[in-house]
Design a protein around this ligand. Structure first.
Ligand code: ZN
Length: 264
């Protein structure tokens, strides 16, 4: 598989990249500002009554959100029509947007987050394509021997030279909720969430002190983010970048019921 290494130097004038070069807190401050601006300025259109997804092994999956702008029954048709809309709107407001993107990428942040459909990092942080290099998996777990996350980290840190790594968990995380017990999730998922369950057992008393399951899941998500940061600190590529060029590591929780990012 060929990997496009991109051409360093791309920067959108309104992106966090340009803002990031100005402040001591760099890209992370820009990300916070962009997110704050997004939250204060975004006018959300009223949503239709959501359909409720069925319960599964990860608990209540929650409502299925629909794309307000494209009304069609088939989800694939909706996505394809949405892409046409996106291309048209973006090109009309900035004809050079896609040609510039095609020249290469120089994201300053590696975002490691959950695969949950309700936490699309570029959207909730009001960023643009090219701003964030991303790795997402179920419950944002970093297995020390996972070639997938390791290759993303190697590429983002070693080749793209990101300045910050942001690990982001979130509220209502199905993986965290499922890891509050040892209920059987099947061979693959049992293996995947094992590190999260190990963290739960390590902090059982602290978790048991919380009566509400949501609160326990949030605490477990926070503990997992901190564990991920510790795992990153043992990664040789990360260690070199921290020592040689000041790469920094950060943790956060996204409250999807509030649309708010909270730094840990
Ligand atoms: Zn999640």
């Amino acid at each position: 598989m060929a990997i496009d290494t991109g051409t360093p130097g791309f920067s959108s004038s309104t992106s966090i990249l340009s803002m990031a070069s100005k402040g001591v807190f760099g890209a992370l401050s820009a990300l916070r500002r962009a997110f704050s601006t997004f939250m204060s300025s975004k006018k959300l259109a009223p949503s239709p009554a959501p359909a409720i997804a069925p319960e599964n092994s990860f608990g209540t999956a929650g409502p299925l959100l629909t794309n307000d702008s494209v009304q069609t029954a088939d989800p694939l048709d909706r996505v394809l029509a949405g892409n046409k809309n996106y291309k048209q709107k973006t090109t009309s407001s900035d004809p050079q947007f896609f040609p510039t993107l095609a020249k290469g990428q120089a994201p300053e942040i590696l975002w490691i987050g959950c695969a949950d459909s309700r936490v699309p990092e570029t959207t909730v942080c009001d960023c643009k394509p090219g701003d964030l290099f991303v790795h997402r998996n179920v419950a944002n777990i970093l297995h020390a021997d996972d070639i997938n996350s390791l290759s993303v980290i190697d590429y983002a840190v070693g080749v793209l030279k990101v300045k910050k790594i942001m690990v982001c968990g979130h509220t209502k995380c199905g993986g965290a909720i499922a890891s509050l017990s040892d209920n059987d999730l099947g061979e693959t998922l049992n293996k995947w969430v094992a590190p999260l369950r190990a963290i739960r057992k390590e902090h059982q008393a602290e978790l048991d002190a919380l009566e509400d399951e949501d609160a326990r899941a949030v605490l477990l998500a926070e503990l997992n983010v901190k564990a991920c940061l510790e795992t990153l600190k043992k990664n040789s590529t990360v260690i070199s970048a921290m020592e040689e060029r000041g790469l920094t590591l950060h943790g956060a929780i996204y409250d999807l019921g509030e649309g708010e990012l909270r730094m840990l």
